[in-house]
Write a protein that binds this ligand. Structure first.
Ligand code: SF4
Ligand code: SF4
Length: 649
């Protein structure tokens, strides 16, 4: 949000955003001048900043992030949505807020205020620890007192959202006996047996019963291999879910969370279900190993570990990490399946196969049904090829040449991850050739392994070992001047995400992470510095549609790939508004997940690609995404680096 808050000057007590609209620019300017004059004359603000075009969206994003901040308070005190959307007429708002603040002071509360001042509605929430009985009492008292205050101003206790159980018992007081009786009659007419949504609006349940936590309980202590201390442990990470249901949003409403729910439309396959099922079992399990529950296995089964929830859920519930930890702990009690073990160790098999690529590819092609059957791979899924010996030799000669480059603009370390190294070595060749020709000193790491396959199958001890080895190896090499770049998002972004939670020395891991880039991110920075320019590339036209990797969307953003592809003067790029491609590493290979994997691809990605004209070039930076696009649409997608290398003059 640093970029989004750049319009803020000083340290304001509050920010009031006013939006102006008009049918023509002259009218808009007149309105703007009038507003500025009024603001200056009022003497109420010390800065009046005017934002236009994209900057407006940035400011709105900052505003939206407010909800995330509320949901992300670390620890047991949380913003309680008991009085979240009271509304009064705009002319009463200032007095109402003053009285509200005094009320909160009386309760020793520093409430949080944001949004919709123009409609007389502010989101207000006290911060309470509902694990403690005295604060549960406060929940009732505060809601009751605020309801009385809102009534005094003839406002609404639920100006925007529903009443729910939390506010239903105050409805009678708010609207009076006579009106309430009308509500009861309407309910009885349409739902005489009170089947629908019981306990809300009429015949309400008490607001402070059936709460999520048993008050004054003893907190369970759960040991994990991932370090969840940023959330005070795995249980509190799961407890971050506030039930808002944003993870049930369908594709037409934008965003990418949650692909499994979008495919099945079953609550069991939402982010919410996963977080809450885990919370429930970790809190109340009677098993020695609280993760050892078949129900948890089922609820996590269709999670694609896409990480969309880590960035799109307002509470940033990181279910991909929860799933890895669950798998790890579950395996302790039940062991891993043959298929899980195979995919976790895929690098080992690929490494071996790459010694005899011809023979391996022959076996993969001709004996594929045997291989697929044995390892639980769906019969319709194609298998990735092993890069040929000729290609291996070609890349080795590029590596040697790159080391000899004496006109060095900058030294960079290129990480040839396990996916590129064994299955798509041509992209490595493109990256080395591109940087060498652009005058960089490219040093190539050809033996390191990211551990992504271990992480996605819950083999966390193996992943931890790799993380520690890699950090030890890189800590004195990687710096601001000598950054680490990676081609495959799911591999390189492990250094910035999971390694911090796995490494024995998180500060060393963070230091490496600070100078680790997705290859497009680095090129984007170099473009901004003027070290790479459009003049170095073709002027021929090209139309490109780009699909970004889920982990890029969650942990970085797609603009870097967009900038790279847009660099040649006459290249026109559109980003496909797709979520997860559905492949998600091994997920789309697995017999039991293939159909769902294809359904996820059909949500947005496949139709967008099929619709593209014949000469449109499809680009995707994830190895799984390119594989899925090929299997789902028959089209070959290129990595942005390949496209940029081919565009070199
Ligand atoms: S997991 Fe879903 S319901 Fe829970 S906070 Fe996130 S978006 Fe809301
Ligand atoms: S990681 Fe992806 S699939 Fe799993 S819960 Fe989060 S959004 Fe859904």
């Amino acid at each position: 949000q640093q970029e989004n808050r750049s319009f803020i000057q000083g340290d304001p007590e509050a920010i009031l955003m006013c939006e102006l609209r008009a049918n023509d620019i002259t009218d808009l300017h007149t309105q703007k001048e009038e507003l500025l004059k009024t603001l200056v004359e009022s003497g109420l603000s010390y800065a009046n900043v005017v934002l236009e075009a994209l900057d407006v969206s940035k400011a709105n994003e900052l505003r939206s992030a407010g909800l995330g901040l509320l949901g992300n308070i670390v620890g047991d005190k949380k913003s309680a949505a008991c009085i979240e959307d009271t509304a009064v007429t705009v002319k009463d708002l200032a007095n109402y807020i003053q009285e509200f603040s005094n009320l909160m002071k009386g309760y020793n509360q520093k409430a949080i205020y944001y949004a919709h001042a123009g409609a007389g509605e502010l989101h207000l929430r006290p911060v309470l620890n509902l694990k403690k009985s005295e604060e549960v009492q406060l929940l009732r008292q505060i809601t009751h007192d605020v309801a009385l205050l809102v009534k005094k101003y003839r406002g609404s206790l639920s100006g925007e959202h529903g009443d729910g159980i939390v506010r239903s018992e105050f409805i009678k007081m708010m609207i009076g006996e006579a009106n309430y009786r009308i509500l009861e009659k309407i309910k009885s007419a349409f739902d005489p047996h009170h089947i629908f949504n019981p306990g809300k609006i009429v015949n309400p349940l008490p607001m402070d019963q059936s709460l999520r936590y048993e008050a004054d309980r003893e907190e369970p202590v759960i040991k994990t291999l991932f370090d969840f201390s940023h959330s005070q442990g795995i249980l509190r990470e799961a407890e971050k879910c506030n039930g808002s249901g944003d993870c049930r949003k369908l594709p037409e409403f934008g965003g990418t969370m949650c692909p499994s729910y979008r495919a099945t439309r079953n609550e069991k396959d939402t982010t919410r279900a996963r977080a809450n099922a885990l919370r429930e079992f970790l809190t109340n399990s009677t098993q020695e190993n609280p993760f050892d529950h078949q129900e948890l296995k089922e609820v996590f089964d269709l999670c694609l570990s896409c990480k969309a929830c880590a960035s799109e859920c307002p509470s940033s519930v990181d279910v991909a990490s929860l799933k890895s930890e669950f798998q790890y702990q579950y395996h302790k009690a039940n062991g891993a399946s043959k298929s899980e073990s195979f995919f976790a160790h895929a690098t080992k098999y690929n490494k071996f196969a790459s010694k005899f690529p011809k023979l391996s590819n022959f076996v993969l092609e001709n004996g594929s049904s045997v291989v697929k059957n044995y390892y639980g791979i769906h019969s319709k899924r194609s298998l990735p090829k092993i890069s040929s010996k000729t290609l291996q030799k070609h890349v080795q000669s590029l590596v040697k040449q790159a080391g000899k480059n004496s006109n060095k603009l900058k030294k960079i370390y290129l990480f040839l991850d396990e996916f590129i190294r064994y299955n798509e070595l041509e992209i490595a060749g493109d990256a080395i050739e591109l940087f060498t020709k652009l005058n960089y000193d490219v040093q190539v790491f050809q033996t390191l392994e990211s551990g992504r396959s271990f992480i996605s199958k819950g083999f966390l001890e193996e992943a931890k070992q790799l993380a520690n080895d890699n950090i030890n190896y890189l800590k004195d090499k990687i710096s601001e001047e000598t950054p680490l770049l990676g081609i495959e998002p799911s591999a390189i972004l492990t250094f910035r995400d999971e390694y911090i939670k796995l490494a024995n020395n998180p500060s060393e891991a963070q230091n490496v992470a600070n100078h680790t880039y997705l290859i497009e991110e680095f090129i984007q920075k170099e473009i901004q510095l003027g070290n790479i320019t459009p003049g170095q590339f073709t002027k021929a036209p090209m139309t490109i549609k780009f699909h970004g990797h889920c982990h890029q969307k969650a942990l970085s953003n797609q603009l870097s790939s967009f900038s790279v592809l847009n660099l040649p003067e006459n290249y026109t790029v559109t980003i496909i508004p797709s979520g997860c491609c559905g492949m998600a590493g091994s997920f789309g290979f697995e017999k039991e997940h293939y159909e769902i994997s294809m359904q996820v691809g059909e949500q947005t990605l496949f139709p967008a690609i099929r619709k593209a004209h014949e000469e449109v070039v499809i680009s995707a930076n994830g190895t799984s995404c390119r594989h899925q696009i090929k299997d789902g649409t028959g089209k070959v997608a290129k990595h942005p680096i390949t496209i940029l290398k081919d565009a070199l003059l």
